[in-house]
Design a protein around this ligand. Structure first.
Ligand code: DX5
Ligand code: ZN
Length: 224
């Protein structure tokens, strides 16, 4: 099943509730929230108070993508503020197993994220404890960057491992997903599509989400 998770990074923060509602009307079923600390990535975004406000305006799962150092220090606050899913970067976690269990202990779904330069092999020992794997298709830090097609082979690898080991994590992709790239992304096997600029960049988020999902569904029908 293909799901669209609009990233609010490109939304108008003064009209966040309205924009999230519009994207939801267009078929979005998860809201992706990018948390950046100015250390792990060269940008700053939002923290728990914004999650708390979002929690009041949507029933959709809030998918927190933590691009921060020492995520363990903040996981409890994000969980208490309404996060449903929390993903952490493999590259940012010294004790990845511990961090993933910490997320689960707060009743959130636990995800692990890999940057474009990080191979799937680094996840071998945690794939049996994660609910989802997020493959970055840009170097994290900013919205509206150019899609890196070379990461798509990771989807096939992840699908093969899932099958072989009888696991059930879901596969998410994040960065540069747009009308021009969504076909390749879906055909590679991605199941959860994060899109920021393509939904909130220009025009009506509802129409943008609809168009993106339509293109994704069409590609899924001819997925090989
Ligand atoms: C990048 C973020 C993404 C970003 C995606 O660091 O993790 O979620 O907002 O934005 P687009 O879809 O514009 O590449
Ligand atoms: Zn993200």
């Amino acid at each position: 099943m293909i799901e669209l998770a609009p990233s609010i990074l490109s939304a108008d923060f003064a009209r966040l509730g309205e924009q999230v509602r519009a994207a939801t009307e267009g078929g979005a079923s998860i809201i992706h929230v990018d948390i950046m600390d100015g250390h792990f990535v060269p940008n700053l975004t939002v923290g728990p108070p914004v999650l708390k406000s979002l929690r009041k305006v949507t029933k959709l799962p809030l998918d927190c993508h933590m691009m921060i150092e020492n995520p363990d220090d903040f996981i409890p606050a994000f969980a208490e503020s309404g996060a449903d899913w929390i993903s952490v970067h493999q590259e940012a976690c010294r004790h990845l197993n511990r961090t993933l269990h910490l997320i689960k202990s707060h009743d959130c779904r636990a995800g692990v994220v890999i940057n474009p330069a990080t191979p799937v092999e680094t996840l071998t020992e945690v794939l049996d404890i994660v609910d989802y794997v997020l493959v970055m298709s840009v170097n994290p830090g900013f919205g509206a960057q150019k899609f890196i097609p070379g990461v798509l082979h990771k989807m096939k690898q992840l699908a093969e491992i899932r099958n072989r080991r009888g696991l059930n994590y879901r596969m998410e992709v994040d960065g540069g997903v747009a009308l021009e790239t969504v076909g390749d992304v879906v055909r590679s096997g991605a199941e959860i599509l994060v899109a920021g600029n393509a939904v909130f960049g220009e025009g009506d988020p509802r129409k943008n989400a609809e168009a993106l999902l339509k293109a994704a569904m069409e590609a899924a029908m001819i997925r090989v």
